[in-house]
Design a protein around this ligand. Sequence first.
Ligand code: ZN
Ligand code: ZN
Length: 300
Amino acid sequence: MSDFFSGGIPGIDELFRSIFSGGGFGGIGDIFGGGFGGFGGRSRQTQPRREVGQDIELKISLSFEEAMFGLKRDVTVQRYVPCDTCEGTGAEDKSSIATCSDCNGSGRERKMTRSGFGTIIRETECSNCGGRGEIIMKKCKACKGRKVVEETKTIKGVNIPGGVEDGVHLKMQGAGHVPSSNAIPGDLYLQIRVKEDPNFIRRRNDLYTKADIDIVTAILGGKITVPTLDHKSKVIKEKELEIPAGTQFATEFRIKNHGVPYMRGKGHGDQYVIANIIMPDKLSSEQKELLEKFRELSKK
Ligand SMILES: [Zn+2]
Ligand SMILES: [Zn+2]
């Protein structure tokens, strides 16, 4: 479980709830196929449950820096909403709606089958009206009888919190498809994709950075600069780092609180700088001479 998933996010709990990937999301193209879900399936139910709109999934690509510091972004979604022209009936006018004669408007039909166990009565969706209980004689021109129309909706300034991980979904309740005026709207899931950054590897809330250190700095000590998250100015900045004399290959230096922001609570993880000591592959004759002298001195 990631930190992001295991608890609430302060301030944005109502709007967002993170979930893990997986589970089916119906695309816009799916919505007309085979009913909206919510009816059918459970045969003993006498009262139809409230219709539930389909969810929408939208990919949001972020740079590493955007994911670290968070941002507000306008999100445009295409969804279905009840047709205004026919008030979601799908019919041109009221007189063009007739009660289904097969099921008397119940939308259900009973089928009896005989088997070794006796007679089995199965209740299914009425095949004449498709479970709607009514037949539309003249379809609404605006929605072609579909009861819904496509809407392009822009949600301004969606808050994407700093520290979001690649692959998580931010849930926006009720921003999905709306199949009818009394239906429960579906939800919108923003799937976060975070581009990799060559300077940082993320492990939970810590960051790892490889720093090339020349051999003399490693031996004698000195200063290097490393890219690091500056949480005050919300940018990635070069930061000076003191290297002690005698630094070995793969030594880790911790820069406290320069890691990834915690999704809940305050503070950040740490950054670890891993020493990558670079051996010189070319030496001048003078450098060679000095190193020979160094070898002589080391023998004593
Ligand atoms: Zn019927
Ligand atoms: Zn219509």
